[in-house]
Design a protein around this ligand. Structure first.
Ligand SMILES: Nc1ncnc2c1ncn2[C@@H]1O[C@H](COP(=O)(O)OP(=O)(O)OP(=O)(O)O)[C@@H](O)[C@H]1O
Length: 536
């Protein structure tokens, strides 16, 4: 019979029947098995403060048995009431199995007597089995009143019957526990959905990051430059060191100043030092200062640029050319803000943000023992590459416009126009000196051209003026790659497509229009040559 009941309970669980019907099945099975007068199931509330009567079953008529009866777990002084048999079972996980409550010592049966009074029952034997999940976690109790032995008299349960009842209790415990987990899961899901729905509002409430304001004299919106600018935006707000890498004249100093003006240090000094410009001893004194008498000519104490840059930014240009011995001092400045003047015994501390720039290959310098690895790792936390001008030809027209306007305004002269062939030559040149070279070429050309007349090809340096014919051809010839005609032409085609895509800011329709081919052709060739817009 026990087996039958257990099977019925198992299938009730498998069918995921309502918790009430599983409780009822357990109570029925228990009543049948123990031949008890009554049986109740209590559940522990989620705060663990009270046991609540969930359901009761009695043999024969009973008086009022309030369904909502609750048993406090704690006494008014907050100690657990372990004399109360139900509280004892749920708190300790122990089973209470009493033959006759009148002879049981150490218990407080006040609640049982109260129930008897209300229901008109007389409790003699009492069994309380904890509902246990997860090995030792009790979430309620099963209470059996007056279970009967073979002779039909109320008595404690035999070990075998107790085991079977514990089996029933486990079933109901599992069903209750699953129900709680499902409930909690639903609540958490709802909470999460509310949180997700609220998220955009909260984000709107957050203070927006200060918009990165590109300085007016920083010209260029080609993708490579935009990429560098977006990295600057990411680094500017913090104090991390930045290493600007790029060829000479690409605008590294401009970018360093942009980092400073976009940072919270904007109101403090932006101090620049070219590390290749001075011999070692002078550079040390320039950067870190000296004390009076440190060397011949040191007539007074002098602060260094590191002091001057306190709370601001120190830009170390050509940092790759910094003398090796001085690199250790720069590393301490970078790590600890430590400054020691030449000839001083005392160490001072400053708060400077370091931005370095180099056009040298620092990795090769490390190999050659000319650059400290530790300084490199410290500096290279946030490297930003400033692309050479030949990799961003779409910036050239705006730069021409900018430099001509600026130089003309300074000289109080009208801005000259640029003739078509001169413009083409300017667009085709490879600019080994980058933006600085373009600026110098234009300043010279403006002076060469007669006032009120356009800048023509003859006003440009000869290497540029010839760039349209023999020179350009010979440059191209010297770069012809090895291979058969088809693959060489393919390589050129890929180069042209990529260059035109960059020029068109990666807009396929515009690039197709410029090359006078269909958009489909462009897409097909981009796929064939595996050309992608570089990711930022
Ligand atoms: N994007 C730009 N817009 C306007 N002017 C620029 C830009 N980039 C560079 N320049 C100008 O080009 C010149 C060279 O720039 P800068 O000195 O910043 O280059 P650099 O990379 O630091 O050079 P170097 O490595 O030789 O020190 C400067 O006159 C600068 O104003």
């Amino acid at each position: 019979m026990v087996l039958e009941n257990l099977l019925e309970l198992t299938s009730a669980l498998a069918e995921d029947r309502k918790v009430e019907s599983v409780i009822e099945l357990v109570l029925q099975a228990t009543m049948k098995l123990t031949k008890a007068d009554g049986c109740s199931l209590y559940t522990l509330d989620t705060l663990g403060q009270h046991l609540h009567r969930a359901s009761s079953m009695y043999n024969g008529p009973v008086g009022i048995m309030p369904i909502g009866e609750r048993i406090p777990i704690y006494r008014p002084d907050f100690s657990p009431n372990l004399q109360e048999p139900a509280t004892l079972a749920v708190s300790t996980g122990a089973t209470v199995n009493i033959n006759h409550i009148e002879h049981a010592v150490g218990y407080d049966f006040a609640r049982i007597h109260e129930d008897d009074k209300l229901g008109g029952t007389v409790t003699q034997s009492l069994v309380i089995v904890p509902l246990t999940v997860q090995r030792d976690r009790s979430i309620g109790i099963l209470q059996i009143v007056n279970p009967r032995n073979g002779a039909g008299t109320p008595a404690a349960l035999s070990p075998d019957t107790l085991k079977a009842v514990a089996g029933f209790a486990t079933h109901v415990a599992l069903r209750l526990w699953n129900g709680r987990l499902v409930e909690e899961n639903t609540r958490l899901k709802r909470q999460f959905d509310r949180y997700l729905a609220d998220l955009p509002k909260q984000r709107r409430k957050q203070k927006p990051l200060p918009l990165l304001k590109k300085p007016q004299d920083l010209v260029g919106d080609s993708p490579p430059i935009e990429r560098a600018i977006s990295l600057i935006g990411k680094a500017a707000a913090s104090d991390i060191p930045v290493l600007l890498r790029g060829e000479t004249g690409t605008g590294k100093e401009m970018m360093a100043s942009f980092i400073h003006t976009s940072s919270p240090r904007v109101d403090k000094a932006f101090v620049v030092q070219n590390c290749a410009a001075l011999p070692e001893a002078l550079l040390e004194s320039e950067l870190f200062g000296h004390v009076k008498g440190a060397f011949t000519g040191a007539a007074t104490n002098k602060q260094g640029l590191a002091h001057e840059a306190h709370n601001g930014t120190l830009f170390l240009d050509e940092i790759g050319d910094m003398p090796l011995a001085l690199q250790a001092k720069v590393l301490r400045l970078l790590q600890e803000g430590e400054v020691r003047r030449v000839g001083a015994t005392k160490t001072e501390y400053v708060d400077v943000r370091i931005v370095g720039a180099t056009n040298a290959n620092l990795e090769e310098k490390i190999e050659a023992g000319e650059f400290r690895k530790d300084l490199y790792y410290r500096l290279n936390v946030f490297p930003i590459n400033i692309p050479p001008l030949r990799e961003r030809p779409s910036d050239i027209p705006a730069l021409i416009d900018h430099f001509l306007k600026r130089a003309s305004a300074k000289a109080n002269k009208p801005v000259p126009v640029v003739a078509a062939d001169a413009l083409e030559a300017l667009m085709c040149w490879s600019y080994p000196g980058n933006v600085r070279e373009l600026k110098n070429i234009l300043e010279r050309a403006r002076l060469m051209a007669d006032e009120g007349y356009p800048i023509e090809l003859r006003h440009l340096p000869p290497e540029l003026a010839g760039a349209g014919d023999d020179t350009r051809m010979s440059q191209m010839m010297s770069r012809i790659p090895d291979g058969d005609l088809k693959s060489i032409v393919g390589q050129y085609e890929a180069l042209v497509i990529e260059a035109k895509m960059r020029e068109a800011n990666w807009n396929k329709s515009n690039a197709a229009r410029n090359l006078k081919v269909s958009r489909r052709t462009i897409i097909e060739k981009l796929n064939r040559y595996n050309i992608h817009r570089p990711s930022s």
